[in-house]
Design a protein around this ligand. Structure first.
Ligand code: 5GP
Ligand code: MN
Length: 330
């Protein structure tokens, strides 16, 4: 196990500050972002193992948690969909959460807040902010944490970090992949991480409705800017016909980006009560997080999102498409 550390001096200093907090507190809560993805779930569980190492009692929570996909990952059952009212932590830790609005409200009690994230545009909303825009996943940061603090990576801890790394790199297909991710993956497998379980839960075992939704999305793709922009949509009525609560597969929009010639892909989902969610993906030339930011959204250069509530779906879809056309330059 010899993956080299890439922590900068300032990251090391921040990590030491976090470790000092962990050595003095007794209770913590860890908050992920709304509709947690694989990196978020893996980071919540990774933090669970780190907090256990320090003997800190803790709870894990993320808004709009669904057990449908990641339920089989060891420890998933520890994650709640809201903080429990009776639990008074000394510290609140946010993971994979670029802005406070994407998670539970700032705690009222005067506790310490820590923010561990890999979104370059993170708004640094906590007292201690450890932000690594160059990391592919928060799971990668927690691997570095464990190594730096000499915390044993048990098999379940390794599985959680594998989940984080595989989902946020699209199984090593995205532009954020570096050679060290393969070293880390090797270390995690040697530590007993269950790669097949991660693959089965994250990428297989789709519900029939999810495949039908994919069909719906593929059959209504439109192209603009001579094929440089691709978009599709899921209207609320159609989604409801598939059972309502069915999750839209996370990788669908990446498949639109994979179409030859496409530089920006976007998938719109109509929300009820009226609103819109847009998932944007880019191939490099265009920073889609800058487009998302124009509408109060955010994310990474190659993957970003927008959520607009209490608004008209159609007119906002057109506004976002116009901003994409402008960015693509057509
Ligand atoms: P996805 O399209 O997979 O939901 O999100 C892609 C990226 O964009 C994620 O890294 C996520 O953090 C970010 N993102 C998605 N939706 C929103 C949103 O409504 N607001 C902000 N600020 N970021 C978002
Ligand atoms: Mn992430």
């Amino acid at each position: 196990m010899n993956t080299t550390s890439t922590l900068t001096d300032s990251a090391r200093e921040t990590l030491e500050t976090i470790i000092a907090v962990f050595k003095r507190v007794n209770r913590a809560r860890v908050f992920g972002h709304v509709r947690p993805d694989g990196d978020c779930i893996g980071s919540l569980l990774g933090m669970h193992h780190i907090l256990n190492h320090y003997g800190i009692a803790h709870e894990l929570a993320a808004p709009e948690l669904s057990g449908e996909r990641y339920g089989p990952i060891p420890g998933f059952e520890l994650i709640r969909d809201e903080p429990s009212s009776g639990f008074e932590p000394d510290v609140t830790i946010y993971v994979d959460n670029a802005t406070p609005e994407r998670s539970f409200a700032e705690p009222e009690a005067p506790d310490t807040t820590i923010n561990i994230d890999h979104h370059a545009g993170n708004s640094r909303y906590a007292e201690v902010n450890w932000i690594e825009g160059g990391c592919a996943a928060v799971g990668e940061m927690l691997f570095d944490f464990a190594r730096h603090a000499q915390i044993e990576i048990t098999p379940d801890f390794a599985t959680a970090l594998l989940l984080a790394l595989l989902t946020d790199t699209g199984s090593f297909r995205y532009s954020n992949v570096r050679a060290r991710h393969f070293d880390i993956t090797g270390d995690l497998i040697r530590a007993g991480g269950d790669l097949m379980l991660v693959n089965r839960t994250a990428f297989e075992g789709q519900r029939r409705e999810s495949i039908q939704i994919a069909g719906e999305v593929y059959s209504s793709i439109s192209f603009q800017c001579e094929g440089k922009a691709a978009w599709s949509e899921l209207r609320a009525e159609r989604l409801e016909s598939f059972g309502g609560s069915v999750n839209v597969p996370e990788n669908l929009v990446s498949e639109l980006r994979a179409i030859r010639g496409v530089e920006v892909a976007v998938l719109f989902t109509e929300l009820r009560p009226p609103g819109l969610r847009a998932s944007l993906r880019g191939t490099g030339r265009i920073d889609v997080s800058a487009i998302a930011a124009q509408f109060g959204g955010g994310g990474h250069a190659a993957a970003a999102g927008i959520t607009l509530s209490e608004c008209d779906y159609e007119s906002n879809r057109l506004k976002i498409l116009a901003a994409i056309e402008h960015a693509v330059g057509c």
